[in-house]
Design a protein around this ligand. Structure first.
Ligand code: TPP
Ligand code: DXP
Ligand code: MG
Length: 630
């Protein structure tokens, strides 16, 4: 990039506020170029950010950030915001250990008013900020930017329902901006999407335009509406769903046109009460390859922008997600009761092939995890066999539904819980750290933690054959590389297996950390059990190992508090066995973004870390203990 560009002169948004419209347009071009170069070198969310370049510039130009609060939904589209708020150079460290996060974080910048990663929270948070400003007598605006995908999350509607309501607390001075690019990660689904498409088609407006004017005539809004019409390509229309919620709806306007965005935002900044601006953008805007394929450019790894994403020269290792996707198709072939469900994560959860082959038994329910779980419960009530493919971190959204709608009724729903454990670059908001703990405490739930690819397939078949709810939990990416047998065979229910016989110390491994545990055991001369089930726990195996060894070590890629190791402790306590136990797992802190292997090593969960922890606690293996000098 050449020296002394306009972008390089921007140390913060104040600089933008001095710029002419022409300069803002030049800045947009430079920002887009920088973004593409930068993300292509680090990997990260690309196409959403290419779509928010002009909107971000206009927002920081018009609003007095950070005094005015700007809240991004999900936050995966906040890179232009990061670049313009003093983090241009830090973009080289994006999502890396010690570098800046891929999402807004309050600890990273005063411009990041609210930490995000999960979707559909922005309107609630901005509403809270707007009401806080009212109560504290502070003159500031709160702005939420939410995508059309994130708007399908129920929380967004809960917030709209509250935001447009004039209770005793009064109406909030807030602005909700709908960034409508007609895309979620994959094409969006549902009636809301159809509704937005109708709004965008203009037909709705042609019909509503005159009616709108007459409704607004003689009200203060009429002049307001007229002003908007002069400045924007859209207009103010009552009667949209957003108006019914009590918001003043404006739009749709072109979100890449600064000549529309700036005056519209200026008017909205000065308006009182809840405002709603519908902005239309294109995901991947300005980079032809991303515009043509926004799905694959949603979150690419590193690539050369001149040629775009290329197939790797050597085929990558099979991922757990792929193992699940193949199993789902095979089991659907074998059992026509199977129904596959994803809350807006078709690609990430491995359901692309299933949708193609079994379209009638496939449901993408949108970003609606709570609904996904209860919808599955309904299907199960009628004798079908739902499989909810869901990321561990997003299942947190559906926890009450899992307890109240599935587990209490003991319904046979399979939860294919992907991204269990650390996820790497996305960091703490996306880590699947808590699932083993939050699932195993629920009565009726079975929880399986397969150690490798082949066992994952077996665990899925086992869960599917089970008469009650069962979760199979596996990590992001590839495992030990164990070949997957095509049979749909099951595991012995609630049984672990001893994988290595040693002495003195027994390591009880839950999930994929079996392999580093085996490597550590070679050095330690320890016994290793692959426990497979967190619940029902193989109590007989735990007690046998406790009786035949001096020390036990539990290993899991999940939070120590309440996790699988805690289950072992409970089992020993109930049997009255006082064997010293070392619990290894994720510490009681949120783990930052970074390379997964590096993070696991930091947590002491690689082979060397496990070995060191064991030696520190229980001493070196007897073979390494030097005999005392004669
Ligand atoms: C609760 C939750 N579920 C799922 C996701 C995964 N996710 C991240 S971005 C995204 C699509 C969001 O679509 P939209 O809001 O329209 O933004 P766009 O990517 O189109 O810019 C999804 C499903 C998430 N972050 N949070
Ligand atoms: C922003 C978001 O929530 C998703 O895009 C997420 O980053 C996907 O993660 P995976 O790469 O693990 O599918
Ligand atoms: Mg979208």
């Amino acid at each position: 990039m050449s020296q002394n560009t306009l972008l390089e002169s921007v140390q913060g948004p104040e600089a933008l506020r001095q710029m002419s419209r022409a300069q803002l347009k030049t800045l947009a071009q430079e920002l887009r170029d920088f973004l593409l170069q930068s993300v292509s070198r680090t990997g990260g969310h690309l196409s959403s950010n290419l779509g928010t370049v002009e909107l971000t510039i206009a927002l920081h130009h018009v609003f007095n950030t950070p005094h005015d609060r700007l809240v991004w939904d999900v936050g995966h589209q906040s890179y232009p915001h990061k670049i313009l708020t003093g983090r241009r150079e830090a973009m080289a460290t994006l999502k890396q250990l010690g570098g800046i996060s891929g999402f807004p974080r309050r600890c990273e910048s005063e411009y990041d008013t609210f930490g995000v990663g999960h979707s559909s929270t922005s309107i609630s948070a901005a509403l809270g900020m707007a009401h806080a400003a009212r109560l504290k007598g502070e003159n500031r605006k709160a702005v939420a930017v939410i995508g059309d995908g994130a708007l399908t999350g129920g929380m967004a509607f809960e917030a709209l329902n509250h935001g447009g309501y004039q209770g005793a607390a009064g109406l909030p001075d807030m602005l909700v901006i709908l960034n409508d690019n007609d895309m979620s990660i994959s094409p969006p689904v549902g009636a809301l999407n159809r509704y937005l498409a109708r709004l965008m088609s203009g037909k709705f407006y042609a019909a509503a335009r005159e009616g709108a004017k007459s409704v607004l005539r003689n009200t203060p809004l009429y002049e307001f509406a007229k002003r908007f019409e002069e400045h924007t390509k859209g207009m103010v229309v009552p009667g949209t769903i957003f108006e019914e919620f009590g918001f003043n709806y404006v739009g749709p306007i072109d979100g890449h046109d600064l000549d529309s965005l700036v005056p519209t935002l200026e008017n909205l900044r000065d308006a009182k009460g809840p405002q709603f601006l519908h902005v239309v953008t294109k995901k991947g805007y300005g980079y032809e390859l991303a515009e043509a394929d926004p799905v694959n450019y949603h979150g690419p790894g590193k690539f050369d922008p001149k040629v775009g994403i290329q197939k790797p020269a050597t085929p990558p290792k099979t991922t757990f997600t792929q193992v699940f996707g193949q199993w789902l198709c095979d089991m659907a072939e074998a059992d026509e009761r199977l129904v596959g469900i994803t809350p807006a994560m078709r690609e990430g959860s491995g359901l692309v092939e299933f949708e193609k082959r079994f379209p009638k038994r496939y449901h993408d329910v949108g970003i609606a995890e709570q609904h996904a779980v209860t919808f599955a419960a309904g299907l199960a009530c009628e004798g079908l066999k739902p499989v909810v493919a869901i990321y561990s971190t997003f299942l947190q959204r559906g926890y009450d539904q899992l307890i109240h709608d599935v587990a209490i009724q003991n319904l046979p729903v399979v939860f294919a819980v992907d991204r269990g454990g650390l996820v790497g670059a996305d960091g703490a908001t996306h880590a699947g750290a808590f699932d083993l703990a939050y699932l195993r405490c629920v009565p009726n739930m079975a929880v399986l933690a397969p150690a490798d690819e082949n066992e994952c397939r077996q665990a899925l078949s086992t869960a599917f054959a089970h008469a009650g709810p069962a979760a199979v939990r596996y990590p992001r990416g590839a495992g030990a590389g164990v070949a997957v047998e095509p049979a749909l065979s099951t595991l012995p229910w609630g049984r672990g297996e001893v994988r290595r016989k040693g002495s003195r110390i027994a390591i009880l491994a839950f999930g994929t950390l079996l392999y580093p545990a085996l490597a550590a055991a070679e050095k330690l001369g320890a016994t290793v059990a692959n426990m497979r089930f967190v619940k029902p726990l193989d109590q007989a195996l735990v007690l046998e190992l406790a009786r035949t060894h001096d020390h036990l070590v539990t290993v899991e890629e999940g939070c120590i508090a309440g996790g699988a190791g805690s289950a072992v402790l409970e089992c020993l306590a109930a049997a009255g066995l006082a064997v010293p136990v070392l619990q290894l797992g994720l510490p009681d802190q949120f783990i930052e973004h970074g390379d997964t292997a590096q993070l696991l090593a930091r947590c002491g969960l690689d082979a060397a870390g496990i070995e060191q922890s064991v030696v520190r606690r229980f001493g070196p293996p007897l073979s390494l203990v030097k005999p005392a000098a004669a």
